[in-house]
Write a new protein. Structure first.
Ligand SMILES: Cc1ncc(C[n+]2csc(CCOP(=O)(O)OP(=O)(O)O)c2C)c(N)n1
Ligand code: SF4
Ligand SMILES: [Mg+2]
Lengths: 291, 374
């Protein structure tokens, strides 16, 4: 294990953890029927199947209905500012690479206010799992269009219908060079649990888009019901062009692992460079560091 | 030992002396020299240095790292401070130890990148929404750059709060010959850690003015931090009694300990009717002006303010008492003078308060101050 900083490390006894052991006891405040309940349930199941020690798991979020995520999980939690989950998570991971770091949030958090950080977390290949609960709307602020809202959506903030084309998050992640890209649906828990497990297990930046309808402001359950389908068996997740082909498909919402490759992670790369340097003490920096 | 160096180097040495092990920042004149040195030296001491994709990311990374127990530094200039603003609020709300260097440059927005100024100071005092006090230190010599950087880290740790070191382009960028034996290494203070074996509640305090014990992410407690208004457990709350408690605590943890936050150097001359109050690069012109005036047989006292905010009111009031005239030279339109005037108004015998102000990018010359010494 590489510890980037000389921070005290702690040893924890391994215990057998059930799904309930990962529940913080704080009841979620989401509207009844919100897709995020499904995401949370699948998340509990995935981490319990992986038996990730709670003292090994940090959950970082921004602001939004989905941003409440860390409060509900028995793990380290950092509930940050709107759109800034990825920088915060990067700081946590680089300081304590031994932790499993999960960033969670909404489509507004990820693709609107926080969009400036997404390509950079991807190109650095920071070893974190990014779970985007995509409801194609701003839930918390009561239903304004988001960057993934379909064109023509009529809401109070778009009284004449939106004229912007929605972003394609999967295309974005694949073309920026993400080393793990997948899509799940909050109402397909079996598949979702598998995807979350794979995303967390992957070494590098895992980008998991989860369609998670907002029953209150943009109920898309009907829309997704007949449109979701697993990625076909012939799709090879190492084939980027094939991944892009299925990501571009707009009549069918394909679910599963789109793309995966192995690449040096940010903390590994940094540690490797550091290995090549003379290791000073602070005293030596003070004395030696002169032009 | 005599060395030739700039303020950036003295600040970086101060940061290392204080135990800094994490830096993230985005290049901007005139703060870049700090970034370059931190990125070069940190990996050699097992630390981490990152060039973020922008200032918002950089301060976000710093906050994430600080919550794992790292001692973090970032450095920028005015435009970057504007972008830091929201996450400085996160650091206040989440009670995150964090040191920020603002190397001031001239004007709003992009302003004058290579031009000296002290125009940020009242902005730094209220840099984020909500109206909570900030600690703002200001060095006026290389020895101060070294020492106050350590003080900034100590205060950040002691109070679990962001601390700003406000400096300027001249202080950071100009090379000077200095005797490094005058560099004072002070005792390092680290945040109080929550005991590993006792039950832990993230924001529990006995008195409002207390600073809660810290438990790092990755440490013995499953701790929770949040930027939202929260209760003791770090959970979002709207309950008026909780909101009131957290709000008052965030102010009182500093305001109840002002004595620990007052830093200034008074050079009083008995019988002097004139007092000059200055900070940063302008304090150097003040010291020169006073020397010349004294050589010419005039009496004058000087006060170098090293902690701008919270305003060191005790020291300032004592210095203001008994003088007829106060001169406040600044590279802005009179921002610190506002506070000096406020304090002067409360005195029984009110001194006259005069400003010497430049906003043309040039430094104030000692002669401009000397003129006003009677
Ligand atoms: C800087 C800033 N701007 C705006 C807001 C208001 N705001 C909070 S959440 C949000 C959007 C939420 O949408 P999304 O990220 O999709 O999350 P959801 O609620 O849908 O899960 C906005 C605009 C804020 N908190 N901070
Ligand atoms: S507003 Fe929408 S996203 Fe937010 S909790 Fe309710 S259903 Fe979920
Ligand atoms: Mg949303």
């Amino acid at each position: 294990m590489i510890s980037n900083l000389e921070l005290p490390t702690f040893k924890f006894e391994p215990v057998n953890l059930s799904v309930n052991d990962y529940k913080s006891g704080v009841p979620p405040v989401w509207c009844p029927g919100c897709g995020d309940y499904g995401v949370l349930a699948s998340f509990y199941k995935a981490i319990s199947e992986l038996q990730i020690p709670r003292e090994q798991l940090a959950i970082v979020s921004g602001i939004g209905c989905s941003g409440r995520f860390p409060a509900f999980v028995e793990a380290y939690g950092l509930h940050g500012t709107h759109g800034r989950a990825l920088p915060l998570a990067t700081g946590v991971k680089m300081a304590r690479p031994e932790l499993t770091v999960v960033a969670a949030g909404g489509d507004g958090d990820a693709f609107s206010i926080g969009m400036g950080h997404v390509p950079h977390a991807i190109r650095r290949n920071v070893d974190i799992t990014y779970i985007v609960m995509d409801n194609e709307i701003y839930g918390l602020t009561k239903g304004q269009p988001s960057p993934t809202s379909p064109m023509g959506m009529e809401k109070k903030a778009s009284p004449y219908g939106t004229v912007e084309q929605p972003l394609n998050p999967l295309m974005l992640a694949i073309t920026c060079g993400a080393t793990w890209v997948g899509r799940g649906f909050s109402s397909k828990p079996k598949e979702l649990v598998e995807l979350i497990k794979q995303a967390i297990t992957h070494k590098g930046f895992s980008f998991l888009q989860i369609m998670s309808p907002c029953v209150t402001f943009f109920d898309t359950y009907e829309h997704f019901k007949n449109r979701t389908r697993p990625l076909p068996a012939e799709h090879d997740p190492r084939d980027r062009m094939s991944a892009l082909k299925y990501a571009l498909e707009d009549q069918t919402v394909y679910l599963g692992l789109y793309y995966q490759e192995e690449r040096l992670t940010y903390d590994q790369g940094y540690a490797a460079k550091r290995q090549t340097l003379p290791n000073y003490g602070v005293r030596q920096i003070m004395d030696k560091y002169r032009r | 030992m005599r060395e030739f160096m700039d303020g950036a180097e003295a600040i970086v040495r101060g940061a290392f002396a204080a135990g800094c092990n994490f830096f993230a920042g985005y290049p901007i004149t005139p703060a870049t020299p700090i970034l370059l040195r931190m990125l070069r030296e940190l990996p050699k001491v097992n630390g981490v240095g990152i060039q973020g994709e922008d200032e918002i990311a950089s301060i976000g990374m710093c906050i994430g790292a600080a919550m794992t127990g790292a001692k973090v530094l970032t450095a920028t200039s005015g435009p970057g401070m504007s972008l830091y603003s929201e996450n400085i609020g996160l650091a206040i709300m989440g009670e995150v130890p964090l040191v920020i260097v603002d190397v001031m440059r001239q004007g709003p927005a992009t302003g004058g990148a290579t031009t000296a100024a002290q125009g940020d100071i009242q902005f730094l005092r209220w840099i984020t929404s909500g109206g909570f006090p900030m600690i703002v230190l200001c060095p006026s010599s290389l020895a101060d750059c070294f020492k106050l950087t350590q003080v900034a880290f100590n205060l950040a740790e002691r109070f679990r709060a962001p601390v700003i070191l406000a400096t300027d382009k001249e202080m950071v960028g100009a090379q000077q010959s200095v005797d490094t034996d005058t560099f004072e290494k002070i005792e390092i203070v680290n945040r109080t850690l929550a005991p590993a074996d006792a039950e832990f509640v993230p924001y529990q305090i006995k008195k409002l003015a207390d600073t809660p014990a810290f438990a790092p992410i990755g440490g013995p407690h499953l701790t929770r931090f949040t930027t939202s208004m929260h209760d003791e457990r770090g959970l979002l709350t709207k309950k008026p009694s909780n909101v009131n408690k957290t709000s008052r605590h965030l102010a009182q943890k500093l305001e109840a300990h002002l004595a620990e936050l007052e830093f200034a150097q008074l050079d009083a001359q008995p019988g002097a009717q004139t007092l000059i109050v200055a900070y940063g690069v302008t304090a150097r012109a003040m010291i020169e002006a006073a020397r010349n005036a004294r050589a010419a047989g005039k009496r004058v006292s000087t006060l170098v303010v090293q902690a701008l905010f919270p305003v060191p009111e005790k020291i300032l009031c004592a210095a203001l008492t008994g003088v007829a005239r106060v001169i406040v030279p600044e590279l802005n339109l009179g921002q610190y003078r506002l506070d000096v005037e406020r304090l002067a108004l409360a005195l029984d015998v009110r001194p006259e308060v005069l400003g010497v102000n430049r906003v043309d990018g040039e430094l104030i010359a000692p002669a401009e101050i000397e003129e006003l010494i009677k």
